[in-house]
Design a protein around this ligand. Structure first.
Ligand code: NAD
Length: 274
């Protein structure tokens, strides 16, 4: 916590469920936190709820010019970026099949979206958002970090990067690419002073998956129940479950750690299911 105070931290997806909890905690710990999300008003409204020094920006991680404009404003206000958390990401229904397993008769059933109905545009959207949405902000903000001490990049991967989840082919592939990129960049930057690591959250209830995992009355859907059964700790994650790992990765206590992807998933990836 001591090492965080005064640091300039940029968080993409910074008013989302997971990264919003990180922004809240880091600002409270004395960091200067810039949160970037798609909608300026939502970024401003969220920033106002936080205690500490916080700026909200509405900008698209896929638009380098808009990232550079945000960068210039942060430089002018606080100076160079010390830490970048690449949290913007998500899925798209066009990269998702209806069923986990295809049955032979599904081939001629127009009511079922099988592998053959997946739209390459959906894959493109998901790969761009998760992979290029990590690459582009890193190209913009990591320039500030080269040759300085205590600088770090945290990418947000997923448990689906280790073993693909059924149905979400595009998302699983894109997050595997984020994990792979984390390793690649950690090696590329190893002599520059910048450490690059990733967190791989398990199942956390968020806006993007709430309808998939819970019914309107709060009870679990069949898929939600299947996930809980497959999670040895028997619960979904809470955004605060990510914080101690985040602090450790940002702290000098992990100064020799780079290129790791840490699952925070209640044992999901460790469990064989039997
Ligand atoms: P969320 O939907 O609550 O937040 C996503 C944020 O990303 C929002 O602030 C949104 O404005 C921003 N965003 C989306 N597209 C953007 C773009 N093009 N440019 C700028 N900002 C953009 O999601 P969350 O569940 O908090 O997820 C955060 C990260 O964690 C994502 O990368 C997600 O894939 C990953 N993740 C989530 C879970 C989970 O269970 N919720 C599990 C594993 C990984």
């Amino acid at each position: 916590m001591l090492g965080i105070s005064g640091k300039v931290i940029v968080i993409t997806g910074g008013y989302g469920v997971l990264c919003g909890a990180m922004a809240k905690s880091l600002a409270k710990a004395g960091a200067k936190v810039a949160i970037i999300g798609l909608v300026q008003q939502e970024a401003d409204e969220f920033a106002q709820t936080l205690e500490g020094e916080v700026l909200g920006f509405g900008a698209n991680v896929l638009d380098k010019a808009s990232m550079e404009a945000v960068h210039q404003q942060i430089l002018a206000t606080w100076g160079p970026c010390d830490i970048l958390i690449n949290g913007a990401g998500g899925n798209h229904p066009q990269g998702t099949t209806d069923k986990p397993f295809m049955d032979v008769e599904d081939l001629n059933d127009d009511s079922i979206k099988t592998f053959f109905d997946l739209d390459p545009a959906g894959f493109k959207f998901v790969f761009e958002l998760n992979l290029l949405g990590t690459l582009i902000p890193t190209q913009v903000f990591a320039r500030d970090m080269v040759g300085r001490k205590g600088c770090s990049i945290i990418n947000i991967s997923s448990l689906s990067a280790f073993k693909p989840l059924t149905k979400v082919s595009a998302y699983s592939g894109a997050k595997a690419a984020v994990s792979n990129f984390t390793e690649w960049l950690s090696v590329h930057f190893a002599k520059t002073g910048i450490r690059v690591n990733a967190m791989a959250p398990g199942f956390f209830l968020a806006d993007q998956n709430r309808a998939l995992l819970t019914n309107p009355d709060g009870s679990l859907t069949a898929r939600g129940q299947q996930i809980i059964n497959q999670t040895p700790m028997g619960r979904f994650g809470e955004p605060e479950d990510l914080l101690s790992t985040l602090y450790w990765l940002l702290d000098e206590g992990s100064a020799f750690v780079t290129g790791v992807v840490i699952p925070i998933d209640g044992g999901y990836t460790a469990f064989s299911g039997v």
